[in-house]
Design a protein around this ligand. Structure first.
Ligand SMILES: Nc1ncnc2c1ncn2[C@@H]1O[C@H](COP(=O)(O)OP(=O)(O)OP(=O)(O)O)[C@@H](O)[C@H]1O
Length: 602
């Protein structure tokens, strides 16, 4: 999917094609219900037109026939017609709303499903608020387009036709005169459509900007507060809000610019009708009933006529949102399901990187012909300066990205030849930023295994040294963790994440800096949890504070996308190279070394 097009003209979706597509792909599914709604709208239109006609009868009974009984009967008929109109309008509106809600939900599901088929790289290039706007406003726009169409046909056109029938029945000549106002009205409206499209687009992107600032300020609320950025953030969002407000006002002005003119044209038509109607009663012996009936039908017809005239404006402004959503849904998925590939079959879980090169962006290599083996059931540690490419190795192992060159093999199977799902199912990953979902602790652990039992969840929590702190909360496992787990401490979050990984019981463990930024007591507990997690599993661990490294079976020093040193702790120290200097650095910083070693982040 391309990012937001810079100009609306870049957009390949034409209005007619899009409307046809929405009708054929989305509306047609509900044709039976639409038909029922149309019938009800037709009944409502008939009742409205009927009441205009009956009005003429009442007037004639009063002024011409002087018949009280007739007046009473026709008045009763009008009451019945209004009741019919009320009931059918209600039925039609409810049916249409239900269809709209279903279409809205379908589109939101489709967009979300599409996003789930996008790669990690896809999201790192875009802001999530872009999708929020498309999911909400875009999906709503699609239903609005379809509603505008059905209302135009069902409500307005049917009503207009029924009223036209009454007008022609009462006075054919005058009805023709009414049509004279149509061409100038059309001319004015056509000019407005183009402006509206541009404004609707700006409105859409402006709303996305507001969402973006809002989301960033709230997610980074601690940074905002700590750096007293409240005013800065207020100013940033204020600029976006003011721009959207200005644009909305412009849109209101432009889209309603037709109104004064339409009213004037309507006024001319009504005045003409009065003049001619009055004249035909006085001079041509028409009945007052005819006159009143025609006039009321004419007045009733002005609203649907105005709405129909504005249909083009309405459609075009909503089509902008519809395109925004369909653009994402239509774009080729960056991570299509490859479940048809064979599953990864594990025996020992031996991982091998063979001459792996990788670049996020062309000509900016991050890994350069990297090769190493992570032996089965052993702990392999990646250490090295920040930005060296350690996290990238894990990202490639999980196939968040595909290698540019070389291959990654697990038990001699290239990971690119097996399904991503089978690869990820057999891998437990605990990342730098522990992500907890806004749910209870229980549910957050349970994400590790589908259908996990309570006993399994508690067992995992115990092994992750989390059970105790969980039980210290009044709600125990039902304690909500808050958005992103903010109601837990850093160490608690990490232990919940380790419990989740333990529950998954995967043969391969990937850990990225899991003990960073913890006090020594929490770190000890998290470390103990991790030791349980790694037992008898092939583990690749990125260590920044590196408290497990001393005992790691292999230590790889990654620098500039290459492995510059490898070996066990003692060997590397003896060699006196990069690792030894990191080690000494930490030694100086932390005082005499205890058994806990090394931070590799320079
Ligand atoms: N999504 C991305 N898009 C573009 N470049 C990226 C992306 N992620 C990482 N990089 C770049 O790739 C290089 C390696 O990053 P990586 O995260 O693998 O380093 P690291 O060794 O794990 O660092 P740290 O120890 O700080 O976590 C860095 O220069 C980084 O800027």
């Amino acid at each position: 999917m391309a990012p937001f097009p810079k100009k609306i003209t870049d957009d390949p979706y034409g209005a007619v094609i899009l409307i046809r597509r929405l009708v054929m792909e989305q509306g047609v599914t509900y044709w039976r219900r639409y038909l029922l709604a149309l019938v009800l709208m037709g009944v409502s239109a008939g009742a409205t037109a009927g009441s205009a006609w009956v009005l003429g009868q009442v007037i004639n009974q009063a002024y011409v026939d002087k018949n009280v009984r007739g007046i009473v009967i026709w008045s009763l008929v009008i009451t019945v017609l209004f009741a019919i109109k009320g009931a059918s309008t209600y039925g039609g509106t409810v049916i249409l709303s239900k269809i709209s809600n279903a279409i809205l939900a379908n589109n939101q599901r489709a967009l979300f499903a599409k996003l789930m088929n996008e790669s990690v790289g896809f999201f790192s290039e875009r802001h999530s608020s872009e999708f929020l706007a498309r999911l909400t406003a875009g999906a709503k726009s699609i239903t609005d387009v379809l509603n505008s169409l059905i209302n135009a046909v069902g409500r307005d056109l049917l009503l207009l036709i029924s009223l036209a029938v009454v007008m022609v029945m009462q006075d054919p000549f005058m009805s023709m005169l009414g049509l004279l106002v149509t061409p100038p009205a059309m001319l004015v409206l056509r000019k407005l459509v183009k402006r509206i499209k541009g404004l609707a687009y700006t409105q859409f992107t402006g709303t996305a900007d507001i969402l973006e600032t809002m989301q960033e300020s709230l997610q980074g609320i601690r940074t905002v507060k700590a750096f007293t950025l409240e005013q800065t953030m207020r100013e940033r969002i204020d600029a976006s809000i003011a721009a959207v407000e200005r644009n909305a006002n412009k849109m209101a002005r432009v889209s309603n610019r037709s109104n004064p003119l339409m009213e004037m044209l309507g006024g001319f038509a009504v005045a003409g009708g009065l003049l001619y109607g009055g004249y035909s009663v006085v001079a041509l012996a028409a009945t007052p009933g005819q006159f009143f009936s025609f006039l009321s039908a004419f007045l009733l017809a002005t609203e649907p006529a105005k709405r129909l005239a504005r249909l083009n404006i309405e459609l075009n402004s909503n089509l902008v949102g519809a395109r925004m959503l369909l653009e994402v849904v239509d774009s080729p998925a960056s991570e299509l399901s490859d479940d048809d590939k064979p599953s990864l079959k594990l025996s020992d879980a031996r991982i091998e990187l063979r001459d792996v090169s990788f670049a996020y962006r062309a000509n900016e290599p991050v890994l350069n012909r990297m090769s190493f083996v992570a032996e089965p059931g052993k702990v392999t540690a990646l250490v090295g300066p920040s930005g060296g490419g350690k996290s990238t190795v894990l990202a490639l192992l999980l196939r968040f990205y595909e290698v540019t060159q070389g291959d990654i093999l697990i038990d001699s199977q290239s990971i690119s030849a097996v399904s991503r799902r089978s690869l990820r199912q057999q891998t437990a990953y605990v990342g730098q930023d522990v992500y907890l979902f806004r749910d209870t602790i229980r549910e957050n652990i349970a994400f590790g295994k589908e259908g996990a039992t309570e006993a399994e969840i508690i067992e995992a929590a115990k092994a992750a040294c989390a059970h105790e702190f969980i039980m210290s909360f009044p709600l125990g496992y039902d304690t909500p963790v808050g958005e992103h787990g903010t109601q837990l401490s850093g160490g608690q979050r990490q232990r919940v994440a380790v419990a989740r990984a333990l529950l998954k019981n995967a043969p391969i463990i990937l850990l990225d800096e899991a003990t960073a930024a913890l006090d020594s007591e929490s770190e000890k507990q998290v470390q103990e949890a991790i030791e349980h997690l790694c037992q008898n599993r092939t583990t690749i661990v990125i260590a920044h504070r590196l408290h497990t490294i001393m005992h790691a079976d292999a230590i790889l020093v990654v620098e500039g996308g290459e492995i510059v040193e490898r070996g066990r702790h003692e060997d590397l120290l003896r060699r006196g190279g990069r690792y030894a200097s990191f080690f000494r650095l930490q030694h100086r910083e932390t005082g005499p070394l205890t058994l806990t070693p090394i931070s590799a982040t320079a």
